[in-house]
Design a protein around this ligand. Sequence first.
Ligand code: ZN
Length: 68
Amino acid sequence: MPTYECPICRTKLEVASPEEAPYRPFCSRRCKLVDLGRWLSEEYRISEEIPETSEDESKSGEEPPAGE
Ligand SMILES: [Zn+2]
């Protein structure tokens, strides 16, 4: 009988056939959604970490006041 382990809750599962485990490699729909949520939150975290480097360039473009 094939067995697998849910990567979310580490539950060991035994299935007689792949048809009996529609949420593989997860044990249930809940764990599948948890994994999906982790993926989405990781992507949000990466897109938020954009370094601000073009801030200094606008300051150096100013011309010094011309003295008469
Ligand atoms: Zn699980």
